[in-house]
Design a protein around this ligand. Structure first.
Ligand SMILES: Cc1cc2nc3c(=O)[nH]c(=O)nc-3n(C[C@H](O)[C@H](O)[C@H](O)COP(=O)(O)O)c2cc1C
Length: 251
């Protein structure tokens, strides 16, 4: 048998949260990185335990993550779903992730909604996941391991609506500022392949998913989104994002 984590984590919050869960698993954990198309296709076996982790974008699974999950065959492997959000809301993300996992023949044993720093409005959920989150996630992960070993296959009830809410489309396309040295790292690491090496200044509107990978990874801190637009969004979401939310655990 093997342990694995399938992740879509453009800026690292989903990865850090996933590691709080898989860090207590007793063996090496293989990683399938859905931001890298070369990581797919993959297949698992019934005896495996897999964490499937995505961020919530507009209360939904990022469409690129959903597309890439379709290249993975679960073959009845057990899975834990993890949705990570920026302290606003995750709405239909877990419901959609469950449907996607089941379409790929995974058996859902448990699910988690957890909070990480908001990757666009970084003042919200700053420092999350923190030590308190880590402790709760680690304890829950032990309970998941026990369920997995016991052979109990009951599926948890999860929140969310079908049909899912309409996905929002953000027009926040990061651009390169004066500090750009044209190293091309942003183009090489863009999950959506939206940045062309011949034109690093911007990203293709039709491909960019506003995931903020290029902003987070630029070694010069030279990529930015429009400040006026983020200020408006920050104000609009202030109430929803400001009160600390806690991880929700479903087993
Ligand atoms: C395009 C986009 C849409 C987002 N939508 C939401 C949302 O609807 N609710 C929320 O609480 N956080 C939202 N967030 C914040 C992310 O879910 C959160 O920061 C997550 O940790 C990002 O994962 P990553 O660090 O692995 O990239 C959004 C972030 C982006 C980039």
């Amino acid at each position: 048998m093997k342990y694995a984590q399938i992740l879509f984590s453009p800026t690292g919050g989903t990865l850090r949260t996933a590691e709080a869960v898989t860090g207590v698993w007793p063996d090496e954990v293989e990683t399938v990185d859905l931001t890298d198309p070369a990581s797919i296709p993959r297949s698992f076996r019934r005896e495996d335990l897999v964490l499937i982790a995505v961020p919530s974008f507009g209360g939904r699974v990022p469409s690129l993550a959903a597309q890439r999950l379709a290249g993975i065959e679960g073959n009845q492997a057990a899975c834990v779903l993890l949705c990570v959000y920026g302290n606003r809301a995750y709405e239909d993300t877990l419901a959609e992730l469950r449907d996607l996992a089941e379409q790929q023949n995974f058996r859902v044993l448990a699910a988690i909604a957890a909070i990480a720093e908001h990757s666009i409005l970084r003042q919200y959920a700053a420092g999350r996941p923190d030590a308190q989150d880590g402790e709760r996630l680690g304890e829950f992960s032990q309970a998941v391991l026990e369920k997995f070993r016991s052979g109990n296959e009951t599926a948890p009830a999860l929140p969310g609506n079908r049909p899912y809410k309409q996905p929002g489309r953000t027009s926040l396309v990061p651009k390169a500022g004066k500090g750009c040295t044209a190293c091309g790292l942003c183009a090489r690491q863009c999950p959506a392949q939206a940045i062309r090496l011949e034109n690093l200044q911007t990203a293709e509107n039709a491909l960019c998913i506003s995931c903020m990978r290029c902003v987070a990874r630029c070694p010069q801190g030279a990529r930015r989104v429009n400040r006026a637009m983020t200020a408006v969004a920050a104000q609009a979401l202030k109430k929803a994002c400001s009160v600390r939310k806690e991880c929700e655990l479903f087993i």
